[in-house]
Design a protein around this ligand. Structure first.
Ligand code: SAM
Length: 291
């Protein structure tokens, strides 16, 4: 189970006799809870957070271990610093999502319960016999949910984080999906160039802020004359959400044109807010070769 509990942290802080200065939310991944309160912006004493952690385990008895996300996600591998707060001192767990069991170490890889809806939404778009390539697969959220919930022929799953790849391989075995998911360790651009040119009907790009070189690699991974890119990007929400989306799409379209592909924006969805005026969106983009 992966959950985001927005009100829980505030509620627990108040019931622990702490004033309303503990902001944020709680992510629950399997039997591990991660408090996400931005202590680097608004510091809170560690003892207060330990008190909250104990209360949390009383409230949700299936939670066995509580950690604090003590930094924002950073670096190429998108991990955060975790600080132990209460319960068993463990960071590995198993959680289920859309019929798949994932083996995960929350200290070593990026995991966001916020992408769960997207994993299944994309799986439902995949047509029988398609080949999908996931450039930034992490522990395999998209890749395994697609393999389990669609008639995909093959998912090529790439990540540069060796721990994420190890965990993903473990999950593939556990779910008996070996014949549907092939995992590669390395930089998506290099892996694609060496092994996956013109191989796929869709390329997933779930890493905001990527530069032109990744789009170039994604386009050369598309098979035949047309395919799909599913792009996860940040856009400003003001003054108008639609303006931010339009600008980002234009940026992407200028890149695809440069490499001989026309792009059409079929669908946009806000995945989550990431700041007061910033949102993460997904864009389903159809690309077609022009001659
Ligand atoms: C936001 S996470 C992906 C989340 C994942 N798709 C999910 O559904 O949970 C981004 C991932 O991209 C990986 N990554 C970053 N740069 C990369 C690169 N150049 N090539 C391949 N993977 C990369 C990171 O290791 C990280 O696991």
């Amino acid at each position: 189970m992966t959950l985001v509990r927005r009100d829980l942290l505030k509620e627990l802080a108040e019931s622990s006799g702490l004033s309303g200065n503990v902001k944020g939310s709680v992510d629950i991944v399997g039997d591990i809870a991660i408090l996400r309160t931005p202590i680097w912006i608004e510091p809170v004493p560690k003892e207060s957070l330990e008190k909250i952690a104990v209360k949390l385990m009383d409230r949700l008895p299936y939670v066995k271990s509580v950690w604090l996300a003590a930094s924002p996600v950073s670096g190429e591998e998108r991990v955060r610093e975790l600080v132990y707060l209460a319960g068993e001192k463990k960071t590995t767990t198993i959680y289920r999502e859309h019929g798949v069991s994932f083996f995960i170490d929350v200290a070593k890889v990026y995991v966001s319960p916020r992408l769960s809806y997207e994993h299944l939404r994309i799986a439902k778009l995949v047509k029988p016999g398609e080949v999908v390539t996931n450039f930034f697969s992490g522990i395999g959220g998209f890749s395994l949910v697609i393999a389990k919930n669609s008639e995909v022929k093959l998912v090529n799953s790439i990540d540069i984080n060796k721990y994420a790849v190890e965990m993903q391989r473990e999950s593939i075995k556990m779910n008996k999906l070996d014949n549907k998911v092939k995992v590669y360790l390395g930089d998506a651009r290099t892996i694609s160039d060496f092994f996956l040119k013109e191989s796929s009907n869709r390329v997933l790009l779930p890493l905001p802020g990527i530069d032109e070189s990744f789009y170039k690699a994604a386009l050369s991974t598309i098979k035949g004359d047309a395919g799909w890119l599913h792009v996860y990007e940040f856009v400003p929400e003001s003054p108008e959400f639609s303006e931010g989306v339009e600008e980002k799409f234009q940026e992407i379209h200028n890149i695809t044109l440069k490499y001989g592909w026309a792009a059409s924006l079929y669908h946009v969805r806000k995945v989550r807010s990431v700041g007061p005026r910033k949102a993460q969106v997904v864009m389903d983009i159809r690309v077609e070769r022009y001659h």
